[in-house]
Design a protein around this ligand. Structure first.
Ligand code: NAD
Ligand code: MG
Length: 297
């Protein structure tokens, strides 16, 4: 594959990338994946679709957010990324690729569970980028728990703070800084529609943020600010190897999709580019499903 436009059979793409029963500490690193994910590093080809835009992406160090950061930069945007301090290595890799594309990279590490950090993040991104047109709320926490009785109050709260409260805080802080034409994109999940029995807290947050984004889209449309959602299916990223799934489930990860394989972060980035760019000017309050063929309502 030379770029994302190369014609190929989607069932056999990425046949060389196996998902392995790996377990990483903390939030996990792309750099430590046994079998590296494809973030489009060697393939994503830009064509000026986001020329001169300023974007903030949470969880922009790795996985889907990392692939989106690379794509945005190659489409001509300056990009600020948020991530946990322990992910500095992945963040440096993405920053290098943003700069290689000739764009500005702004690194803003911190904890999305911390309201003060999230508020400051938006201010810092706006200031250091010299504006803000695109906000991608993508950072997320996913920890599997087999039994409800083992799901701690602490984990339940932390999953909601990271996946829902942070979206509330970040949109509230960004709103006064956004002008007509701005685009807000949240990352939901197939879990909002087909919850796994082991992901009760996570699946609930993904439904909540999906609904939040649709309501916010209605509220902000008259101001010319569009809000949309991307709902990925099973994608090979560090999150899955860092407690997102039981490790023994990883070798078969994604095989129950129509295409019979997990997706790669590189396959998500074009959805975010579309929703961020003016091409999607009449797309408001939508959820774009990128899930390899898993029916949704
Ligand atoms: P990932 O591990 O590469 O990205 C998740 C990012 O979230 C991390 O890089 C981290 O920077 C950030 N994050 C988590 N907790 C944080 C905290 N407390 N403070 C700051 N940052 C924090 O994995 P990914 O799969 O690319 O995840 C990106 C988004 O996609 C998440 O919202 C996830 O729920 C969603 N998603 C993933 C899949 C999948 O199969 N991988 C499927 C559907 C939805
Ligand atoms: Mg990461």
């Amino acid at each position: 594959m030379t770029d994302q436009y190369t014609l190929a059979d989607p069932t056999t793409m990425y046949a060389d990338i196996e998902t392995t029963a790996q377990q990483q500490p903390g939030s996990g690193l792309d750099a430590e994946l046994d079998n590296r994910a494809d973030l489009g590093e060697t393939t994503y080809r830009g064509s000026g679709r986001l020329a001169g835009r300023k974007a903030l992406i949470t969880g922009g160090d790795s996985g889907i957010g990392g692939a989106t950061a690379i794509a945005f930069a190659r489409e001509g945007a300056d990009v600020a990324i948020s991530y946990l301090p322990e992910e500095q290595r992945d963040a440096d890799h993405i920053a290098g690729l943003i700069e290689e594309a000739g764009r500005k990279a702004v690194l803003l590490p911190g904890d999305l569970e911390d309201r003060d950090y999230v508020t400051q993040l938006v201010t810092d991104a706006h200031e250091q980028l010299g504006g803000l047109d695109i906000l991608v709320s993508n950072g997320g926490k996913q920890q599997f728990t087999e039994e409800l009785t083992d799901l701690s109050d602490e984990q339940f709260d932390a999953t909601f703070r990271t996946n829902v409260d942070a979206l509330f805080w970040i949109t509230k802080a960004a709103l006064p800084l956004l002008a007509p034409g701005a685009s807000i994109i949240a990352t939901s999940s197939i879990q909002a529609y087909q919850p796994s029995p082991t992901l009760l807290d996570y699946a609930s947050t993904k439904a909540a943020l999906n609904t939040y984004a649709k309501g916010l889209a209605e509220q902000l449309a008259p101001q010319g600010i569009r809000v949309n959602v991307v709902a990925p299916g099973p994608i090979w990223t560090p999150l899955q190897t860092a407690g997102g799934q039981p490790p023994e489930a990883l070798p078969e990860f994604g095989e129950d999709t129509g295409l019979g394989r997990p997706g790669q972060p590189a396959e998500l980035a074009p959805a975010y580019v579309f929703l961020a760019s003016q091409e999607s000017s009449y797309v408001v309050g939508s959820t774009l499903h990128v899930n390899g063929g898993m029916p949704t309502p």
